[in-house]
Design a protein around this ligand. Structure first.
Ligand code: FAD
Length: 197
């Protein structure tokens, strides 16, 4: 499973916590910033540290305690690394869904966008980079877009330019996470037309 890989994210990680767990701005673990495998390590740790844990108590009267499950505990019936469809997303599930939305927005963007359409998309991306629920991801995305050279500013004149820009934005994250880069010549086949036979 992919662990958050940026220096920034490691800085946000408390050394007493399992590797890859990212803290939110309130100091609590941030689920939407953390992979499901790290989250499960955290729930195991929380369980082991819990006073109701059978391994840490010698005076427990019943092995089948009715103490409510800690909210950090994930269902044990689902093998790693999949996350149950009806559970809150981890950083990866959130990312996959979000890329689907972003690339599909590019795929349905006008071939030639007028001033209003460009301004709407500019506004969306600006807000997106402030509101994306994985805050460390959002911060890095915002910083990338605001590169002082201006080279990463959204290219919004039309679908081709915007789709390519989105692909490059995604590749920036792929590189950061040590993933394979996507060949942007094929972004339209992946997200709009479907693969040629
Ligand atoms: P994803 O990267 O989610 O990709 C989904 C699909 O898109 C792939 O299967 C492929 O078919 C296609 N694809 C891949 N690359 C491209 C491309 N360049 N252009 C077009 N299509 C492509 N996770 C972290 O752990 N740390 C972060 O800092 C972080 N930042 C993120 C920032 C943003 C804005 C977003 C939306 C997500 C971020 N994520 C981050 C999540 C991360 O990018 C992945 O979504 C997640 O790791 C799941 O990866 P995946 O391998 O399933 O495929």
């Amino acid at each position: 499973n992919q662990q958050p890989a940026t220096t920034k994210q490691s800085q946000e990680t408390d050394s007493a916590l399992p590797k890859g767990v990212v803290l939110d701005k309130d100091g609590k673990p941030c689920r939407t910033c953390t992979s499901v495998s790290s989250w499960r390590a955290l729930t195991k740790q929380a369980k082991a540290d819990s006073p109701t844990s059978s391994s840490s108590t010698t005076n427990t009267t019943s092995a089948t305690s009715t103490t409510p499950t800690t909210p950090l505990t994930a269902p044990a019936t689902h093998p790693e690394p999949s996350i149950p469809a009806d559970c809150p997303p981890d950083v990866e599930a959130l990312g996959r869904s979000t890329w689907t939305l972003l690339h599909t927005m590019a795929a349905t963007y006008p071939e030639r966008a007028d001033t209003q359409q460009q301004s709407d998309m500019q506004g969306f991306l600006k807000l997106f980079s402030r509101l994306y629920p994985c805050w460390v991801c959002a911060d890095d995305f915002k910083t990338w877009m605001a590169h002082p050279s201006g080279r990463n500013q959204p290219k919004l004149s039309g679908r081709k330019e915007f789709g390519w820009w989105m692909c490059e934005a995604h590749n920036e994250v792929n590189r950061k996470l040590g993933k394979k880069e996507f060949d942007c010549r094929f972004w339209e086949e992946r997200w709009k037309t479907g693969w040629k036979d």
